[in-house]
Design a protein around this ligand. Structure first.
Ligand code: CMP
Length: 139
């Protein structure tokens, strides 16, 4: 089925001017960028977005990293978009990411791993609503 998923190009990638190269990976794989904006997240916003990781040891560093520079938040649309985006991104830890994936090619570390993608259709709906008004998504 055609789905939507939430993607974030993280500060390590915007800092290195990789937005276009990352978007090319999505588009080459058949995902359409139907919503997109560049934002400087506040600490409160980043903390709320990653609230599910609140108890994890990496939470504080993750929030600091996510506010260390601009991010690009995006809505990707396509057949099986949630799973497809996870394939294109590769494993969370770039050391384990498959050749050709965004994280293999671009990520600096498990934390500065260049992109975020929703992990389920249910979370995708929540994450898209976190950043986008309905009128900001044009399919
Ligand atoms: P993301 O897919 O955005 O979801 C949570 C993020 O936490 C993850 O990508 C990484 O950027 C970051 N992170 C930092 N350390 C870890 C870790 N040990 N395990 C998982 N995620 C981590």
């Amino acid at each position: 089925a055609v789905e939507r998923t939430l993607s974030i190009i993280k500060p390590d990638a915007t800092r290195r001017n990789l937005t276009g190269k990352i978007n090319a990976k999505f588009e080459e794989a058949g995902l359409r960028i139907v919503g997109q904006k560049r934002l400087q997240l506040s600490e409160a916003q980043a903390g709320a977005f990653y609230a599910v990781h609140k108890e994890r040891p990496f939470y504080k560093d993750l929030v600091s990293f996510m506010i260390s520079g601009p991010v690009v938040v995006q809505v990707l649309e396509g057949e099986n978009a949630v799973a497809k985006n996870r394939e294109i991104m590769g494993a969370t830890n770039p050391a384990n990411a498959a050749p050709g994936t965004i994280r293999k090619e671009f990520a600096e570390s498990i934390e500065a791993n260049s992109v975020h993608g929703s992990d389920s259709a249910e979370n995708a709906a929540t994450e898209i609503a976190f950043f986008f008004a309905g009128t900001e998504i044009v399919g």
